[in-house]
Design a protein around this ligand. Structure first.
Ligand code: SAH
Ligand code: SF4
Ligand code: F3S
Length: 421
């Protein structure tokens, strides 16, 4: 049986795309291997969001080109494939095929055309040991934040029909999945006729067998009160809202074309805290946007202090060819970017620690995601917000939900014990 090896870079949407493509290959009778040297087909699913995402993907593609076995094929998919197209093949001669993120359906045509189909034993079951899975509910983005390549590589927004989302969720439940993360670059602009994103969340939450529903990402300009109220009122919707702020000053937000003010953003935070007091709020934050002054960076630090995020993903600005910001004059040196990033990460780490430490003594439900690698009796999980949990327990299994009490904090994990309720 021929085998394939998949390597995925980038965001959850890329992981979800890879999983869809993996399923197609499994359906066609291919085996998945964990050893790239043995694979007959190697696929690198790429990301373009920052320069270093592309650098890492290119390095891996080159490496695969060198080590792949004789006759093995090397395909490049995803956002960098969309951005650079056939130029990848010209630069890296060992690449056989380039299929951009907007052409995943071509992947199937390529499979049928260039690779033989083998007898298979039926549809593949669950792809992961984890009880959670991603479901893409909308593709593309039309927001054109000035720094961002995503609208160019992923194209315009297209929502997946709600009936399709629900039937996919039901199929995954049959395979043993109980936690679903609905994905879109801006899930709040989801629409299928009269069904908006809050309605879709409720529909997914009520599919029998669904224990938890998460989603990412909400754009602050379209995060509605209805959405927040829906989360507050539905117990299987996790108490977690990822609401990327990007920067802490109105001038930079406007240069970024984020289309909200700081006041609007803080109003949303206040609304979330009012309806869902125990919510974990998380963010994406960028430093070193063209023109960002020391004072404006300080504004970002002040905002982070004020909101008290549970965690945040933090980045140094990276210029992307073809975006509006790429033609703005870069004023922040790489050194300054890195030192700003470090200060921001230090601040956020200390806030994360405070939040975790103050959760000691709290009781909540934890969903077990799997065993901690080196420890027999130690299990990893997540509460119904966005806090990581370690649970020591003899008889657990991924997918089980336990009532626990937090007895200790490591600053980024809550060490918990089971309680009976
Ligand atoms: N749709 C999501 C973000 C997707 S990209 C949203 O709007 O929030 C994930 C994160 O990468 C962004 O939130 C941003 O913080 C970061 N990012 C995007 N482009 C970037 C760039 N050119 N340089 C540095 N970070 C970037
Ligand atoms: Fe990029 Fe902005 Fe779209 Fe997010 S909303 S993907 S940051 S353009
Ligand atoms: Fe995701 Fe990177 Fe593409 S963040 S949408 S894989 S550019």
């Amino acid at each position: 049986m021929p085998s394939f090896y998949f390597q995925t870079f980038g965001c959850q949407m890329n992981i979800a795309d890879s999983d869809d493509l993996r399923r197609e290959l499994l359906c066609r009778g291919y085996d998945e291997t964990s050893d790239p040297l043995c694979a007959d087909l190697l696929i690198v699913n790429t990301c373009s969001v920052r320069e270093n995402a592309e650098t890492r993907a290119k390095a891996r593609i080159q490496e695969f080109g060198r080590v792949k076995k004789n006759g093995a094929k090397l395909w490049v998919t995803g956002c960098m494939a969309q951005r650079l197209g056939q130029r990848i093949k010209e630069k890296i001669k060992t690449v056989d095929r380039v299929i951009g993120a907007q052409h995943n359906s071509d992947f199937l045509a390529h499979l049928d055309k260039y690779l033989p189909k083998y007898d298979h034993t039926g549809v593949p079951g669950k792809l992961h040991n984890s009880p959670g899975d991603y479901i893409t509910v909308m593709r593309g983005c039309e927001n054109f934040c000035t720094y961002c390549i995503v609208p160019y590589v992923r194209g315009p927004e297209v929502s997946v029909p709600a009936s399709e989302v629900v039937s996919k969720v039901a199929r995954r439940v049959d395979e043993g999945v109980c936690e679903f993360t609905l994905l879109g670059q801006n899930v709040n602009s989801y629409r299928d006729g009269d069904i908006d994103f809050a309605d879709l969340l409720k529909m997914v939450a009520s599919v029998p067998g669904v224990r938890r529903v998460r989603f990412t990402t909400s754009h602050p300009k379209d995060c509605s009160e209805k959405l927040i109220k829906t989360i507050a009122a539905t117990s299987s919707l996790c108490r977690h809202i990822h609401l990327p702020v990007q920067a802490g000053s109105d001038r930079i937000l406007s240069l970024m074309n984020r289309r909200y003010s700081l006041d609007h953003y803080l109003g949303l935070i206040e609304m979330i805290r009012r309806y869902i007091p125990d919510a974990d709020i998380t963010s994406d934050i960028m430093v070193g946007f063209p023109g960002e002054t020391d004072d404006e960076f300080e504004d970002t630090l002040r905002l982070v202090e004020k909101v008290h995020y549970t965690t945040a993903f933090m980045f140094a600005y990276s210029s992307r060819e073809g975006t509006a910001a790429a033609s703005m004059k870069e004023t922040v040196s790489e050194d300054v970017k890195l030192s700003r990033l470090k200060s921001l990460i230090d601040l956020q780490t200390s806030i994360t620690k405070k939040i975790y430490d103050s959760s000691v003594g709290e009781e909540f439900e934890v969903l077990i995601n799997g065993r901690q690698e080196k420890r027999e009796r130690l299990w990893m999980g997540m509460n119904n917000g966005f806090k990581k949990v370690l649970l020591s327990c003899d008889s657990a299994e991924a997918g089980m939900i336990f009532n626990v009490r937090a007895v200790r904090s490591s600053g980024m994990t809550l060490i918990c014990e089971r309680i009976t309720k």
